[in-house]
Write a protein that binds this ligand. Structure first.
Ligand SMILES: [Fe+2]
Ligand SMILES: [Fe+2]
Length: 127
């Protein structure tokens, strides 16, 4: 993710870097001859990491009375819900071919995250 939070909120930047790193590993795992159980665990761990980051941003939005907090939070719920649904789909029909496509879809969700975060970054930078 190319954009950054101001230095005071650098922990969020570190979380973004960690999310990006986990995403790369998820994509690599999806490309390889997939171990279905390990891939499923990786998806689940990724969702936990993402949701922990969402909670941190939501705490900061609340502390700073960010005016678009409701929209940003709604987006977080949406993206976590999409990934949760993908995991359930994978549980119902875990195939090797699906891994690569799932990783690509999760990557899209993370791209959307930065779209919403950009407004919050600008708001926090101007304070
Ligand atoms: Fe974020
Ligand atoms: Fe966010």
């Amino acid at each position: 993710m190319s954009e950054h939070y101001p230095a005071q909120y650098d922990a969020l930047n570190h979380e973004h870097a960690e999310i990006q790193d986990e995403l790369s590993q998820l994509q690599a795992a999806g490309d390889e001859t997939p171990n279905v159980t390990a891939f499923r665990q990786r998806l689940w761990d990724f969702l936990q990491l993402l949701q922990q980051h969402h909670r941190h941003e939501e705490d900061i939005m609340s502390e700073t009375t960010y005016p678009d907090a409701a929209l940003h939070t709604a987006y977080h719920r949406h993206s976590a819900g999409v990934i949760d649904t993908i995991i359930r789909l994978y549980d119902a029909d875990a195939t090797a071919e699906l891994g690569e496509r799932i990783a690509a879809h999760v990557a899209n969700a993370v791209q959307e995250e930065i779209f919403f975060d950009r407004q919050l970054m600008a708001f926090l930078s101007d304070r």
